[in-house]
Design a protein around this ligand. Structure first.
Ligand code: NAD
Ligand code: IPM
Ligand code: MN
Length: 342
């Protein structure tokens, strides 16, 4: 049977603390089903401070050769915001054309939601991953003068929107068959209108799937007032970023929220990572929750077609949270507890 090659980029802060547990979970869950080789990449803050490298071409080329990528988090308070985020993480998402950013949210039994009446929370955010305000189009002129002008341009193409819309409809068919498009079409009339028209048009091919629409501001209300209304939330790059941190909080913290940056045409490898960042406020303390990283390993396995191995991780996490979710544990303890159940 085939050996799968995994590029591992632990990155910065708690990324380094949680990623080994994701790798260990992957290895254990796949035992007997699939074999993996791993290549660790020394990318992130330490590397940048040491030799100025962010994502050298030869290393990116090797990452591109992998079957999948496991990433921790990037970003460090010693380095100007954006250098690593844009130069490493977003560069990979863009260069590897990972146009679907898949972010499931589920309220596990045993987790205390900050909501008084959370109901049954089980939705997936399908976030566009290669367009919108994240393109890096724009600039600053007359910097540091009173006449400074700074622009960030949101780029939305029919091609880019349609492919993620199609993905959302296909996903909805496997779920509860409901899509909520989230945008701000009352203000962003160009992009918002295009998203809506494409959803309407593609939706005609999926008569079983219902779809409705929320403005982003209202969606942030519904996410805390009535989250069980959502099945598939379909949205652009920036709205999806914001909404998924809120979703993480609603299901008990971003430490439970995994994601996949998917190249759904499999032209390049997909990348799996927790949705959270490097958390400098708790980095080095050994208390970061590795569950999100471990769940991202399950998403990786599912992406490669190893549904049973993925289900083993999901079940182990579910059981762990149900029994011990309300206790205070170190990263290592949670990692060991989950691993023991795989
Ligand atoms: P963050 O997600 O790192 O942290 C937000 C809050 O959540 C913090 O209070 C943190 O302690 C907590 N938290 C995050 N993960 C946790 C975990 N596993 N267990 C327990 N608590 C957890 O977001 P931030 O503080 O805005 O950003 C910090 C750095 O990370 C920045 O440099 C940012 O650019 C970067 N970042 C990177 C990614 C990524 O690599 N995918 C994602 C988000 C932020
Ligand atoms: C995330 C992060 C990234 C994003 C940043 C670090 C570029 O917040 O993965 O959610 O905005 O996508
Ligand atoms: Mn984010």
């Amino acid at each position: 049977s085939k050996t799968y090659h995994i590029a591992v980029i632990p990155g910065d802060g708690i990324g380094k603390e949680v990623t080994p547990w994701a790798q260990a979970a992957l290895e254990k869950a796949a035992e007997g089903e699939a074999s993996f080789t791993y290549e660790q990449f020394d990318l992130g803050a330490e590397r940048y401070l040491r030799d100025g490298a962010i994502l050298p071409q030869d290393e990116e080329d090797r990452i591109k050769q992998a079957d999948a990528i496991l990433l921790g988090a990037v970003g460090d308070p010693r380095i100007k915001a954006g250098i690593l985020e844009r130069g490493l993480l977003l560069k990979l998402r863009f260069d590897l054309d990972q146009y679907v950013n898949l972010r499931p949210s589920k309220l596990y039994k045993g987790v205390t939601s900050p909501l008084a009446n959370p109901g049954n929370i089980d939705f997936v955010v399908v976030r566009e991953g290669t367009e919108g305000l994240y393109c890096g189009a724009g600039g600053a002129v007359r910097r540091d003068t009173p006449a400074e002008v700074a622009t960030e341009v949101s780029i939305n193409t029919a091609y880019g929107v349609e492919r993620v819309v199609r993905y959302a409809f296909q996903l909805a068919m496997k779920r509860r068959k409901h899509i909520t498009l989230v945008h701000k079409k009352n203000v962003l009339v160009n992009a918002g209108d295009m998203w809506q028209r494409i959803v309407d048009r593609v939706g005609e091919e999926y008569p079983e799937v219902t779809h409705d629409y929320s403005h982003i501001d209202a969606a942030t209300i519904y996410l805390v007032s009535d989250p069980s209304r959502f099945d598939v939330i379909l949205t652009d790059n920036l709205f999806g970023d914001i909404l998924t941190d809120e979703a993480g909080a609603v299901v008990g913290g971003v430490g439970y929220s995994a994601s996949g940056c998917i190249n759904a045409s499999n032209e390049y490898p997909s990348m799996f990572e927790p949705i959270h960042g490097s958390a400098p406020d708790i980095a080095g303390k050994g208390i970061a929750n590795p569950t999100a990283a471990i769940l991202s390993a399950a998403m990786l396995l599912r992406h490669l077609g190893f549904d049973e191995a993925a289900a083993k991780i999901d079940a182990a996490v579910e059981a762990d949270i149900e029994e011990l979710g309300s206790t205070t544990r170190t990263t290592e303890q949670v990692g060991k507890d989950i691993l023991a159940r795989i």
